[in-house]
Ligand binder design. Sequence first.
Ligand code: CP
Ligand code: NVA
Length: 314
Amino acid sequence: MKHYLAGKDYLGLLYYTPGQMNELIEIAQDLKRKWVMGEPHAYLRDKAYAMVFEKKSTRTRNSFHAAATALGAQSFYLRPDELQTSRGESIADTGRILDRYFDGLYIRTFGQEIVEEFAQNMKHPVINALTALEHPCQALCDLLTIKEKKGDFKGVKICYAGDVYNVCNSLLLGATMFGMDMSIAAPKGYDVPPVIWERALKQAEVSGSKIEVTQNFDQALRGADVVYGNTWHSMGENEEEKDKRIKDWMPYQINSSAMAKADKNAVFMHCLPGYIGEDMTEDVKEGPQSVIFDQGENRMHAVKAILVATTIRS
Ligand code: CP
Ligand code: NVA
């Protein structure tokens, strides 16, 4: 394994090249194989990571604890309300101090500028565990899952129907790195931020991906190999619009009739948590095309790869 990402932050796919993302996928595959075979892979013995979560989490937070433990490292959860940042200490000083104790910081927060400010003030890697702009740990897991389920990226079409936000942004960047097509089905007024769209278009020029945001759900579903769902109301930032969003998004629900319009071998993916009767139906969630629990497991393999690649200096 080469680790030319050592010392690099993992703040988003915006900061990564297709070659670097491919290296992470390969490391994740290797670590997953070792985990399945019961081979030891404690590459990060004596390392210690700090975790700060300003929003709720089941997968991101706990897969990190499991990943760090299996790698021989320790992970320490720092409650935001117990840090002095909650009484006004600056991010810069907090980052400089945590950098003296820990081998990296894993942080879920609001704006992308917050993870960037931590990264600017720390020599050790900062890993984005979700911001408004990106959810890059989810995207690595999604790429790994698509590769496993579809064999390759070339020729794969993703139909994404859910909040056009962090998960969508990172997946779009990942898809266009590897030549996948992605149709984002969304009601009028839900658009990809320009910084993400422009990068995605540039990558698509090189990789051959076709991308669109369309109000036509049937068109987005046509020929889709992956139907990807997400909540319609993301944590912390648009929850007050929940009722309006449910109304806006109901025509984009991933139910059995939607799945029937995709390729017959399509898989159903979802970053979770999802809401039954809103963004997905019980029959799709529990149906034969659903790979959501394999995908959920892959969160752990993906974050192991990120930890190993950004920590180990070869
Ligand atoms: N998909 C995801 O990030 O889930 P959690 O919010 O539970 O971490
Ligand atoms: N878009 C969702 C993803 C949750 C994993 C949110 O930000 O709440």
